[in-house]
Design a protein around this ligand. Sequence first.
Ligand code: ADP
Ligand code: MG
Length: 484
Amino acid sequence: MDKSIIDKYEMVIGLEVHAQLQTNSKAYCADGTEFGLSPNVQVSPISLGHPGTLPVMNERSLVYAIKMGIATNCTINKYNAFARKNYFYADLPKGYQITQHTTPICTDGKIKIKVNGEEKYIGITRIHLEEDAGKSIHDIDPFNSLIDLNRAGVPLIEIVSEPDLRSADDAYEYLTYIRKLVRYLDICDGNMEEGSLRCDCNISVRLKGAEKFGTKVEVKNMNSIRNVKRAIEYEMYRQIEMVEKGEWIEMQTRSFNAADGSTFDMRSKEAANDYRYFPEPDLPPVILTDEFIAEAKAEMPALPEELINRFKTEFGLSEYDANVLADEKEIAHYYLQLISFQKNYKSAANWLMVSIKGYLNEKAISISEFPVEAKKISELIDAIDGNKISNTVASQKIFPALIENPTANILDLAKELNVLQESDASAIEELVKQAIAKYPEKVTEYKNGKTSLQGLFVGEVMKLSKGKAEPKIVNQLVNKHLSE
Ligand code: ADP
Ligand code: MG
């Protein structure tokens, strides 16, 4: 499609994100919530919706929802009523979900995202608590659908954004940030592949400058943030093309096909269910106290934005470095630990971002599995800064040796590997004399004004010392001898 046509339009996107809360038990009963167990082992008469069973509120799920609300600058609402959302489906044994309909626990928030260098605020309409349904499995048995009710009743929060996103990139950054927050808060593992974080995209297009939104289409079933972006891009072209042809966009729910990046019609919204919400008679409203909210808040760790600011202002790191280090809470904490021993903040950041992260990526492990303690890495930096070993030797020789032997003494390792830097001036002086004796005609040239030849002699001395001579001393001595 012609770019000039696309440029006439603007996208309007709002996301509904479901995050499975990592509580030990389900939303309204004591069944476990572990992922990946054999089917139907985490069920009880309550999960199975047997008549006469009663739900009981999981207090931790309230704490988790409050934390997310605070992290997204929401108002935390104290009066929390619950409602039944009725629909029939085989993986929903009760025939309804218990959710928060008119009284979501959090409302009116906003978060800041950065898209291609530009900051923008995205409104959070609401965050409410609800329970998950079970799982229907259609692709194991060729003749029957199978049902796993382990997930039935697992607590969720649904985070609904305002229609403030304007591009696939906006949505990508928003979702990345939401995932970062739930991981920082330890309330959800944020794993889209396993479905513990799910995202429905509401997407419409309108002519730039138009006041009214276009008709939205809802797209489901993207199992990664990248696929959310792909789905939005596909919808952009599809919807613009339809509008250009003068066709109506129908209010629809569509599904994403990861194989070719397209979306296809699942059901038209006009025929959507009427959920017949009504107040849940078995679960009385929960009234939150100020103390309860304050306790939830007190449990919260420093959030990425706060850490990024600290890294920049207190430790003088660049915007880029600060962002990389704050990307994961565990990495940020390792950095904080590292600089509790080490005043060379920039070097500490580099070691973490380059050597350590490189190693973690290569081994596909997390920092919690990294064998070397922050204090040891600080000692390594001290050894470099104290001119005991060169940077190159440190990263190529000592660092790998430390991983093999995490408690070893750095200088012992350097001695063992024969890479301790030579700072004994008289030993270096011997080598300088050798280097100068080797190139008498270059010495003459140097003395005739070609001072750039200094590098040649320094290089020769470094070579003679097998890279162990301290460059600063070598430079001084070469200079001294050439000027004699
Ligand atoms: P529904 O009643 O269909 O669930 P809501 O008003 O609750 O619709 O909005 C659901 C999501 O759709 C929200 O994230 C909202 O920001 C987004 N949304 C609403 N209208 C539009 C629109 N015209 N285009 C894109 N997104 C929209
Ligand atoms: Mg809605």
